[in-house]
Each structure stands twice: as structure tokens, then as C-alpha cells.
Design a protein around this ligand. Structure first.
Ligand code: F6P
Length: 576
């Protein structure tokens, strides 16, 4: 039984806890060296287990008093009630009057959930069964193209949530991809994208998945038409189909499937609804990788691995739903982010995976976090009362170390950072020539485990950021006095360390769900609707209005503001 949802958001800045946090922040002198020296148990006390993830929060700039005040803030803004309302399917996406039920996508099929009179668990199970059956057909070679050849390349056409999740997960789970299958992703309306991704493809063995929640997105529909043209042209050129309406219809039937909530529009595009997989308006685009939007991934890694992926999400959902907030990792990480944004003036947040396979994870998180929490009004339409929505960014370690870590270590900005790694790599290589850890270049008796060296960097960076290097320590190395200040590291730069056993489908699901819930927690504190995205609409509309001006319509050009008109005119002059 969930309580009635509040009709207005609690203004976090008026709570007692907010006042305490303001006071605590004013008096806080961050001192991670001192805090660990006084309390060696700090690492253990502030480390938590969430499903397979070991999460160490101890290098964050918080005292027990700060943590207690953050937990009190969670209470005062009604975090538990909002969370329960989300899981129960209440319409917490207020501006679109929708339930927010991505958690139902990974709910066990024997746990019915009725929302708006509909058994959503049963709906999810039915659709998943369709996706799995299709995946098996493609993987087994039963699904064939116009010449009877099995599929070797899948091209997912989609953008935003219909691209970022699938491509991130495909890259992350590459070791699980069936031999002989490849997935490519086309998203940008820059024609280069579709041209490059199809350039070397054999049309007889290529299958396109057009993924679009609305099936109305300009980029995706344009790319889908370009892909369809390419398919027809190249099949005709190869003599695989007749250049006729029938030949073209056959090509679409065998080489195109779709994923959407708008199955009528799929049909209008020419794709048989029998070859379409649906989902529901209660799944936000950026929360949809575990819906049919993940069809390309399900084909690539197979239904069993995809089911493990969903199981990982569910394990994190259960942790978030049931664990007391003192040990609840998404709640704690979300509250820490609030602490940094609202009380320590952090403007950005770095996510630094020490796992090459997670190289698209920061990009994925950019949509998840910033499209969700980049808002200036609360869910009742009133202005926000504090800063919201920090910028998320990042690159895999160790590449980032040689690019932007300088600023994280010695810049003037506070940049909280999440370090993510797995203990067991997919490719456990040994450097047999020399042991790089000694720097000697001498042949090592057994060879050096390169993953160990990789993770030594993770531990070194989080240590350097936390504890820094004092002027005396620099001097003790014999550094000339005029260089000492340049070589000092202030330390007290906050990090969270996340370690998992291996990058399995389940662990990836846990990681994604962890960040979904962190995003939710921040949105609740700020009183915003983390599930709408009105801020992307204006640019889309203007692009459609401006397109005729770009194409040469003088009246449309004259209707533009002077700056935009001048730019368009320049473009037209430069365009050969
Ligand atoms: O432009 C933003 C957005 O609406 C995202 O929220 C969404 O993930 C993306 O566009 C793609 O939308 P669709 O899946 O409907 O094509």
C-alpha cells in the first residue's frame, strides 16, 4: 500500500536538514588524511555492497554528521514515498501524466503488477518472448534475407535513448556477442554516418532495426529512408531483387524490423507490424535499453545473456527498493551528488571507467542524467529553488589520465569522480617481455598481469586525489623551492570507487540501474520531473522551420533573425 503522492514537491531548501547541511558545509574543513588517520575503520564503514557491486564511498568529503543530515534530507523530501510511488506505477511523470515504470521491464514475470488497469508484467513478458524468438531466429540462421542468406550484420538506426543504451551495452558486452554477428549503430543525421556504416556491407546479409519510441524522430526516419534506399539500390545492383514494387516490398519485409511504441507509424513506413516490437509510454527513451529497444543487443548476446542483463537491473532495483537508506547505494550516491552540487559548488561530475569495454558508458550517462535533471522548474511548474543538474562527463582510464586529470588533480574546481572497474578482465593478457611495474624492462619470470597494472592506476589515482602531496613531501624529494608549489597536490578531491567481479551482463544491468536510481534520488530532492524532456523540443521544431531556408526558400530565409539568416546565407554561399 503506497501513500497518496504529494501534490506539490517539498522545497528541499526549506527543510531543517538543508539548514543543517548549510551550517555543516560552512564549518567543514575537508581532511581525508586526518579523517582516515583518526578512524582507520572509515573505509569499511563507508563501503557497501549493492548486488555484485562493491562501492567505497569513504574518499568522499563527508563526515558522519554530513551523512546523517543528508539522510535526514531524504526523509524530509519524502524520498521513500516517491520511490514507492515510482515502483507502484503512479503517474510521477507529471508533465506528461505518465507512470514511470522502467523497473517493470525487469520485474520477474511471476510478480504481476497492475497499472492503469493493465497487467504490465504480463505485457512485458509477452513482448520479451517476441524479441527472444526473433533473436533466436536471427542467431540460428533461420531468419534469412531475400537470397536466403542468414544475417551477419545488424544495423540499429536510432538516436538518443534508442541508440546510446544499445551501443553502450553492445560495446560493454562484446565478449558475449555470437561469432559471425556484428551490430553497427547509425544515429546522426549527418549523412556521413549512414554512408560510412553501410559502405562495406553486403545487403543480402544485412538487417536493419529501426528503433524509435515515437517513430517520429527526424534523424531516425531520415536515416531509415536512406538505409532503405541503399538496400534497394544495392540488392538490385547485385541482381538479388527485381527493380519493382514487389521486389522492394520483399526487401523491406526481410531486411527491416522496427521497435516503437507507435506501431501504426511503423506500418506507414512499410514495415509489417508482425516484424515490430513494442513498448509503452511509461518507459522513457533514456530508460529503455532493457525494453525492446535492446533488440539489437538481445540478438547479439542471445536471450539467456539478455535475461541475465535484466536480472542485474532487478537486483539493483531490489536493493534500492528495500535497503535502508544508510546502506542504500543509489540513495547515498544521489545524496552525495546533492551535497556536492548544492553545498560544495560542484558543477560537473566525472565518471571514469577503468574498463575499455565501458568506453561509451559516460556518453550513455550524459543523456540519462542531464536529460533527466537539467531542469529549471519543478514538477508543479514552479521554479526550482536551488541548482540542479550537474554536467556528467568522462572517458575511460587510463586515457583520461593523459588528457584531463591534470584539472581534476590541480584545477580550481571541485570535480567529484566515480571510478569503476572489474577485477577479472575479458582479455587477461600477460606482458611476457618485461615487468612494467618494476620499470626495469627486465624479463619477468612469470610475466606481468597487465590488468593488475591497469588497476594499479585506478588505485593510484583515487589515492592521489584523496591524499595529495604536501609541500614538505615535495621538498623532501629535493625539489627546488621555486617549483614546490607547482608540484603540490591539495588532495581532498572526492571519489567513489566501484568494483565488480567481472563485466558480465548482470553486472552491466546493475551499473545502469544504479545510475538510473541515483538520477531519481537527485530529482526527488530538487522536486523536478526527471522523466520529461521538454528542453529538446524547441530546437527540433526550429530545425524543421529553418530547413526550407537552408534549401533556398528566400521567404523562409527572410523570416529568420539577422544572425541566423547571415549564417544560412554564408552556408549557401560555401556549399558547392
Ligand atoms: O530528443 C530527445 C529524445 O526525445 C530522447 O528523449 C529520446 O531518447 C530520443 O529523442 C529519441 O526518440 P525516439 O526514440 O522517439 O526516436
Amino acid at each position: 500500500m503506497t501513500s497518496e503522492p504529494a501534490r506539490v514537491p517539498v522545497d528541499a531548501t526549506t527543510t531543517h536538514a538543508w539548514g543543517s547541511l548549510t551550517e555543516l558545509s560552512k564549518n567543514l574543513r575537508p581532511d581525508l588524511r586526518g579523517w582516515f588517520a583518526e578512524d582507520p575503520a572509515r573505509a569499511g564503514r563507508l563501503s557497501h555492497q549493492a548486488a555484485d557491486l562493491h562501492v567505497d564511498l569513504s574518499k568522499n568529503l563527508v563526515t558522519d554528521d554530513v551523512l546523517a543530515a543528508l539522510l535526514a534530507l531524504a526523509d524530509e523530501v519524502g524520498l521513500a514515498e516517491r520511490r514507492d510511488a515510482m515502483f507502484a506505477g503512479e503517474h510521477i511523470n507529471v508533465t506528461e501524466d505518465r507512470a514511470v515504470l522502467h523497473t517493470a521491464l525487469r520485474r520477474p514475470s511471476d510478480e504481476p503488477l497492475t497499472v492503469d488497469g493493465q497487467d504490465v508484467t504480463a505485457d512485458v513478458a509477452d513482448e520479451l518472448a517476441k524479441v527472444y524468438a526473433f533473436a533466436e531466429k536471427v542467431r540460428s540462421g533461420e531468419w534469412t534475407g531475400v537470397t536466403g542468406e542468414p544475417v551477419r550484420t545488424i544495423v540499429n538506426i536510432g538516436i538518443g535513448g534508442s541508440d546510446l543504451g544499445p551501443v553502450m551495452a553492445y560495446e560493454a558486452l562484446e565478449p558475449y556477442v555470437q561469432d559471425g554477428l556484428e551490430v553497427r549503430f547509425v544515429s546522426n543525421i549527418d549523412p556521413t554516418d549512414v554512408a560510412q556504416k553501410t559502405a562495406d556491407l553486403d545487403p543480402t546479409t544485412t538487417l536493419f532495426i529501426v528503433a524509435s519510441k515515437t517513430f517520429g524522430t527526424l534523424e531516425t526516419l531520415t536515416n531509415a529512408r536512406l538505409a532503405r534506399d541503399w538496400l534497394w539500390r544495392s540488392l538490385v545492383a547485385a541482381g538479388a531483387i527485381e527493380d519493382s514494387e514487389e521486389g522492394r516490398a520483399d526487401a523491406v519485409a526481410k531486411h527491416f524490423v522496427a521497435v516503437s511504441t507507435a506501431l501504426d507509424k511503423v506500418e506507414a513506413f512499410g514495415i509489417d507490424p508482425a516484424n515490430a516490437f513494442g513498448f509503452w509510454d511509461w518507459v522513457g527513451g533514456r530508460y529503455s535499453v532493457d525494453s525492446a529497444i535492446g533488440t539489437s543487443l538481445a540478438v547479439a548476446i542471445g536471450p539467456d545473456a539478455f535475461a541475465d542483463f535484466l536480472g542485474g537491473f532487478h537486483a539493483m532495483d531490489e536493493h534500492f527498493r528495500t535497503e535502508p537508506f544508510e546502506r542504500n547505494v543509489p540513495a547515498l550516491m544521489g545524496l552525495l551528488n546533492v551535497w556536492y552540487v548544492n553545498f560544495r559548488d560542484a558543477h560537473t561530475h566525472a565518471v571514469l571507467p577503468y574498463a575499455q569495454q565501458l568506453h561509451r558508458f559516460p556518453a550513455y550517462l550524459q543523456q540519462l542524467t542531464m536529460e533527466s535533471n537539467g531542469k529549471s522548474v519543478r514538477w508543479d511548474g514552479t521554479p526550482v529553488t536551488t541548482e540542479t543538474g550537474e554536467v556528467f562527463w568522462g572517458e575511460p582510464g587510463t586515457n583520461g589520465q593523459h588528457a584531463f586529470y591534470q584539472l581534476i588533480h590541480q584545477g580550481t574546481r571541485l570535480i567529484p569522480a566515480d571510478f569503476i572497474a572489474v577485477a577479472n578482465p575479458a582479455y587477461p593478457l600477460t606482458d611476457a617481455v618485461g615487468d612494467p611495474s618494476t620499470g626495469s624492462g627486465e624479463p619477468a619470470a612469470e610475466g606481468a598481469d597487465v590488468h593488475g597494472l591497469f588497476l594499479a592506476n585506478f588505485f593510484a589515482q583515487t589515492k592521489a586525489l584523496a591524499f595529495g602531496k604536501t609541500a614538505d613531501e615535495v621538498r623532501a624529494e629535493g625539489v627546488a623551492e621555486d617549483l614546490v608549489s607547482a608540484k603540490v597536490f591539495s588532495g581532498n578531491r572526492p571519489t567513489t570507487s566501484i568494483l565488480a567481479p567481472a563485466l558480465t551482463p548482470a553486472v552491466l544491468g546493475q551499473l545502469v540501474a544504479l545510475y538510473e536510481h541515483i538520477t531519481f534520488v537527485q530529482g526527488v530532492v530538487w522536486g523536478i520531473d526527471s522523466f520529461d524532456q521538454w528542453g529538446v523540443e524547441l530546437g527540433k521544431k526550429l530545425a524543421l522551420e529553418i530547413a526550407p531556408a537552408v534549401a533556398g526558400d528566400e521567404a523562409a530565409l527572410a523570416a529568420q533573425d539577422p544572425s541566423t539568416a547571415a549564417l544560412i546565407a554564408k552556408y549557401r554561399e560555401l556549399r558547392a
